[in-house]
Design a protein around this ligand. Structure first.
Ligand SMILES: [Zn+2]
Length: 296
């Protein structure tokens, strides 16, 4: 036989329910104020880098806020006492439109939509004789370059706008799409900018960073040729390909303007030029906005 609850029990239960409701309400109020998110640029186009800055009302957190975009979750980095940031890539292979983003911190969630506009990239038609597919990377080369591009280190080495890595004119812009023998190459886009500086002309670091990749054609870097990779930190890395000479070694810290090598035509290059690729979280993005304004 079940005994009915005494009056004090009923009162205690009611109080517990009221307390629970109030706690939930307060949590909702504070969560709607606690996460402040700012995405830049205001009107991004394919190839742009997105800067996502998260500001927390209550100051520091032991858990870094995370940002989910295109089904991938990224950690932010501390950039101030109550500010956190992550830089994210958009590429010519992405679909333009409204992208949903989810910012999370300690159970608080903020959902927002980022409108990424389309952009037309130049087209190139390449005709290759049958059986001439060009050089392909050796397994060692492919693995070393892949690991380099995916580096995400917490320190920020760069500061502000990047400078040109070479004085030569730009012979190929970022994002060029190709047709091979009349067939559109779905996965191809020019993952960098080419500078047509003369053979032996200096290649300088566009921003500060740590040299983390040095590869030589003689050691199997068949496509990249003599190559240098610089880690600018927080998922931002630069690759310099087809060099004639290399003036740095792995572990060196370089300052903006410091010579890292000279222009050459090593690897899969038809003539002397520098290919500079700038990667964010493993994806090649347009370096133009980094040269014009950069990120603090
Ligand atoms: Zn190139």
């Amino acid at each position: 036989m079940r005994l009915s609850a005494t009056l004090p029990d009923k009162l205690a239960n009611s109080l517990a329910v009221i307390t629970a409701i109030l706690t939930t309400l307060l949590a909702e109020i504070s969560s709607s104020q606690a996460l402040e998110v700012q995405v830049e640029p205001k009107n991004p186009r394919l190839g742009d880098t997105l800067s996502v800055v998260v500001k927390l009302d209550r100051g520091e957190t032991s858990n870094l806020p995370t940002v989910k975009l295109k089904n991938q979750t990224y950690k932010t980095f501390t950039i101030g006492s109550d500010r956190y940031r992550v830089l994210l890539p958009t590429t010519p292979l992405d679909k333009p439109g409204n992208w949903s983003m989810e910012v999370k911190n300690e159970g608080e969630v903020k959902k927002l939509t980022v409108k990424v506009a389309n952009r037309t990239f130049p087209l190139q038609r390449i005709n290759l004789p049958p059986g001439k597919a060009g050089a392909s990377a050796t397994p060692k080369e492919r693995a070393a370059v892949k690991a380099f591009k995916e580096l995400v280190t917490p320190e920020q080495f760069w500061n502000g706008a990047f400078i040109k890595p070479n004085r030569g004119r730009i012979s190929s812009v970022f994002g060029v799409r190709r047709y091979y023998n009349g067939k559109f190459a779905q996965d191809y886009y020019h993952r960098g900018v080419d500078y047509a500086g003369g053979l032996g002309s200096p290649v300088v670091a566009p921003a500060a960073g740590k040299v983390v990749l040095v590869g030589k054609e003689a050691q199997g870097f068949r496509v990249h040729g003599n190559v240098v990779g610089v880690d600018h930190g927080q998922g931002v890395v630069s690759i310099f390909m087809h060099l004639n000479s290399i003036k740095v070694k792995e572990g060196d810290f370089v300052k903006p303007g410091e010579i890292i090598g000279t222009i050459g035509s090593t690897g899969a290059a038809t003539g002397p030029h520098l290919h500079w690729g700038l990667y964010v979280q493993g994806q090649s993005i347009d370096p133009a906005s980094w040269r014009d304004r950069g990120w603090e």
